[in-house]
Design a protein. Sequence first.
Length: 381
Amino acid sequence: MFVTSTRAQQERSVRVAVVGTGGIARGAHVPALTALAAEQPIEIVAAVDIDQASVDAFCGEYGIGHPYTDLQLMLDEQQPDLVTICTPPTLHRDQTLAALRAGAWVWCEKPPCPSLADFDAIEAAEGRGGPYAAIVFQHRFGSGAEHVRTLLTGQELGRPLVAHCQTTWYRDTDYYAVPWRGRWSTEGGGPAMGHGIHQMDLLLDLLGPWSEVRAMAGRLVHDIETEDVSTALVRFENGAMATVVNSVLSPDEVSRIRIDCEQATVELTHLYGHSNADWSITPAPDVPAEQAAAWREFGPDIPSSHLAQLRALLADLRAGRRPRSSGADGRTSLELIAALYKSAFTDTTVRSGDIGPGDPYYTALHGGAPGWAPATEEVRA
């Protein structure tokens, strides 16, 4: 598939390969790449999947010239500039490392990888000035998140004080019939890792670094290795305190972030993506009306989306600068999730920076905890 832009003929075409040809590749990655064709030259040179019939059909549908079932062979022959990874989490580390070593930038679906050790291995493989590996955290992007981030960073609403982060979704037994779901080795974790990571990442992007967490987790309904619900109390370095709830047991599904500042409450309510209309700002009683009106001026509506993030990522690739949601910036939500699990499974408060080499939660998010780790990995007394 080759797409060029009438406005950017002078730019070199970015060669892209798609790894994994399932629903997220079809529903998000290829549509985003296609939409960007109106802005810049992009060439999808190859697709990779272990299923020959699937990758052949995918390439035929989207006009991609080179189907592969071998990732390394594709990297050697096609030498892409960017690899988008749309496979289950257990494959992310090795596929990302292979792409980086071949000189390609990476855009990898969440969750990034099953452990902090894996993430650190990826970061260590990045080069100075690139290639870099970014995580798909599309909820950070778009006009609504950008506007609120500007207000909070400039403390125009006063200090952030209290926050709530909620991902309460519903998944039935058929959902967990897919073999890789609900297992530590293949999914990496439960709703905290596979579902709530988007809202937690956005919360961290808006409020800044966290300092400590105290959590609980439960396996209340589903017969799975991981949790199906968790709750946490999080303190931020700026002093703000937050509650975080992640669930797949909630028929009334919602994703929500609420931040109470000294002069206003900011709230985002949506499900899988947000636009300007999904944000609200409620001023304190003594705030002048004209000030509140200025806060509510979000500008042109750019919804959160793979498209919005990919546009920014390609700009960074062309400029040779580190993209958002890569490196330390991409690690912060994974570290919070690791700390959430450690706190829940050990009944302790966990502080930022506590989990490093030598800690069992550094190499596996279950930490070998009895009753949570797979039986062969539980810590023996």
